[in-house]
Design a binder for this molecule. Structure first.
Ligand code: C5P
Length: 249
């Protein structure tokens, strides 16, 4: 990551929250690649994120298979459509027994409310539902030039987080740098799930608003989502353990 400084002005949280976990983004394009990657983990069962690439390649079967192996699953499909369509899609996803799924807060409060309704099973249970605020690959310049949103990005993220809370969702996906402020605005029980995690000595890639696992912990993330720093590491298990040690222990 070179000499890029991590911002130190971010408000840090004092209370260590329970239930912190490291979620590995399994951004692979086939079942074989994914399962052989997961086979490397003999001593632990990491929480796994299945995103669009793997889901579109292998469908619901891969979700069931990974679940059967005993992993918790965050199904990261980032739904964004009219409320009725999202509600029906969420009803289908809730049958997969995943632990967490998500949508774009940009879909508005009615869409988020409809999603929650669709996700809730007849017995009242449901996976956690998390809203994406602004993608961690989006920065202020992109937001202004491409999306014509002129407000500062942190205000936009907080506004979207408040909308998600109003709609009854469990938390947001946001940059680790925003996690402390989200807790201030939406309460400590409102979950922050944070991609954009990089080791201080690693590559940033296309992410813009990044933090190390240790800084994410200090700021108050509840879950860090880590992809390439683990999946592309020479020793993925060691990289996972490094994240775990810095973020959870
Ligand atoms: O490889 P890397 O650590 O950048 O992976 C981050 C993962 O988190 C990717 O699967 C990406 O799709 C996802 N994600 C993100 N930013 C968001 C929401 C999800 O990077 N706001």
């Amino acid at each position: 990551m070179g000499d890029r400084p991590f911002p130190m002005f971010i408000k840090k949280r004092k209370v260590t929250r329970m239930g912190k976990d490291v979620i590995i983004a399994c951004d692979f394009s086939s079942r074989e690649e994914t399962l052989s990657f997961l086979d490397r983990f003999q001593e632990e069962k990491p929480f796994v994120k299945i995103g669009m690439e793997l889901f579109y390649a292998e469908g619901p079967a891969i979700v069931r298979q990974i679940k059967q192996r005993g992993h918790k699953i965050f199904l990261d499909l980032k739904l964004h459509d009219i409320p009725n369509t999202v509600k029906k899609a969420m009803a289908v996803l809730s049958r997969l027994e995943v632990d967490m799924c998500n949508l774009h807060a940009g879909g508005t409060i009615p869409m988020m409310e409809a999603a929650l309704e669709g996700l809730t099973r007849p017995d009242g249970s449901r996976p956690l539902l998390i809203a994406v605020t602004q993608l961690t690959s989006t920065d202020q310049t992109h937001m202004q030039k491409d999306l014509w949103i002129d407000r500062p990005i942190d205000e936009v993220v907080m506004h979207y987080a408040e909308n998600a809370k109003k709609a009854g969702l469990d938390g947001v996906v946001c940059s680790p740098l925003e996690a402390g402020k989200v807790h201030d605005v939406c309460g400590s029980g409102f979950l922050t799930v944070t991609p954009g995690v990089r080791f201080a000595d690693g590559e940033i890639g296309d992410q813009k608003r990044v933090a190390t696992p240790a800084l994410a912990r200090e700021i108050g993330s509840d879950y860090i989502v880590v992809g390439r720093p683990i999946t592309q590491a020479d020793d993925p298990v060691a990289a996972y353990r490094r994240c775990w040690k810095d973020f959870v222990e």
